[in-house]
Structure formats: structure tokens, C-alpha cells
Write a protein that binds this ligand. Sequence first.
Ligand code: GRF
Length: 320
Amino acid sequence: MAERSRLAILISGRGSNMAALIYASRADDCCFEVALVSGDRPAAPGLALAEAEGIDVLKLDAKTLGPSFWTELSEALEKAEIDFIALAGFMRIIPDEFVARWEGRLVNIHPSLLPKYKGLGTYDACLAAGDIVSGATVHLVSPDLDGGEILDQVEVAVLPGDNAESLADRILIAEHQLYARVLEQYLGRTRDFDWIAGRVGQLALALPETRSKTSHGSPGWKVGSPSSDKFFAIMWNNHHGEGGIAVLVKCSGQDEMAQLIEAEPETYFRPAYYGPSDWIGIRLDRPKVDWDHVASWLRRSWLAMAPARLTKLLRAADEF
Ligand code: GRF
């Protein structure tokens, strides 16, 4: 089974969204596991619930800790090897450095159809405006409050006679479904062949004189003039149950391949289908892919396969 993303959830209160994520993560094929629950208030009722569900809980008191709250939290997230953070009713302004450190890996759920009604008081604002539809939004967290990229939303009808409490209760039901679904989709990209191939393609096509070409039905990338071009990268999709989703690139030979596979068997493999060639597989359907590392492998493979007139140019540019 593919590795699951390790999710941390930060809460301040009752933690019903947290509970929804914990229960969603119990599905056999869920792409995330809740590896840590923490927050800023040790008395938050959600923490007791998470403990009862057997989740690792870190109780921090932001009031007594002051600025070291963020240091302690960051250390715990690192120690627990967290890949992604979901805020669920976490009522604290997050410092910009923390947001920057977790860019693209920190999401929040907000009870309105953003960009409408940021901050607190969303239900009253919606009712006062006479809206007939409200809802909830899951968004990436950016330095600007409730302003990050919207990942998805769900609409909830406002009923005649609704007050803030009745509207909040109904939106909460929608939140519980939305949050788990968005995380499944967003984190699930790390197991999705088309998404991974798209990302490899962007890196491969950024190299000079490259084009896409399928190889045995799999996306691949070639370098050189159309009459004499050569593959320098080919996608691999769990061929005969081997390697998961990977990209094949050229390494320097059998010795290097053996060393790499021995040092990092979870990353590298020998694609048996290609026989004793210098193609090495780099596994990519994992939550922690280092894309800079993939880019440098593509470049190396490009250098190995590109005609001398191109490699000279790139090497000259490097020395410059
Ligand atoms: C939810 O309405 C969420 O949208 C907002 O805070 C509330 C948290 O509720 N950010 P719970 O603690 O998840 O029950």
C-alpha cells in the first residue's frame, strides 16, 4: 500500500472537524493518517476526544508559553514527521514565518463562502446581508487572514427563520464532509499518476530542446532534434506491481544503480522490464518527494542523452 501523508490537526475548542478527519482517516484507502493533534489550549475538549481515539496529543498552553509556543509546536511537528497541517477551529493568528515554513502544506476550514465574510461573525454577517446561500470553504493558509487559495467550497441554503446558531449547526454538517473530501483529493495527488506525470513534465520540458513523447504507452520526454532525439525520462506506472509510480532516468551505470538502491531502497529501484540498462527508477508516489532532487536527476539524465552541441551550451552556462 502507498505511504499515507502524516497529518497534524490544530484545534482550540470542541474539535468536531478534527473528529470528522480522524474518522475519515480510518478508511482503508484513505491517503492520510492523523499523526498528531495539538492546539493552543490544553483544556480544549477536542484534545480529550483525540486521546480517547488513540491519537498522539500534544497539550500546549499558548498563554503561558508566549512566543515559545510556536517553537515548541514546530519541534513537535518535526519530530512527528508531519507532512501536512489542518487547522480546525484553531483560534490563533499564525506568525508569517510559520506560514512560510508550511507553505502549500497548511489548510484551514472557514464557515462562509470565501471571499465573503472573512474572520469571525460569519453567520451574523450572512444573515444581515439577507443571503439565501451560505457555506464553508477549505483554503490554503497564506499570511493574509482567510485569504489563501481556495481548494473547495460547499454551499448550504439559508432557511427562513434561521438564526446564527441554526445556520452554524447546518454549516458544520457540511464542513465535516467537505474537509475530509478536500484533504483526500489534495493529499491524494501524491498518488495520482496524471498529477505526478504533469509535474515531471513541467520540469523535463523546462530543459532545452525537449519534447513529450510516449514510450510503450507511458509519458516520456526526449531531447535533441526531431530526427535524432533520445529519451531522457520516462514515467513508470506500477509495471507488473513493481516500483509504484516513478520516473526512469539515466544513471552512470550498474555500480551507481546498485549503490543507490542499497542506500535508499524506498526511493530507487531497478526497472526489470528495461533489462540491464542504465535506467534507474525514482519512486514518486510518496508524500515527501523532494522535487528539487527530481529536477536535478532530470537534468543529469538530459546531460547524458543530449547531443554535444546542447550539453556544451548548458555546461558553459553552468561555469558562467
Ligand atoms: C468551525 O465552524 C470552523 O469552520 C471554524 O471553527 C469551527 C470549529 O468547530 N474555523 P469544531 O471545533 O471543529 O467543532
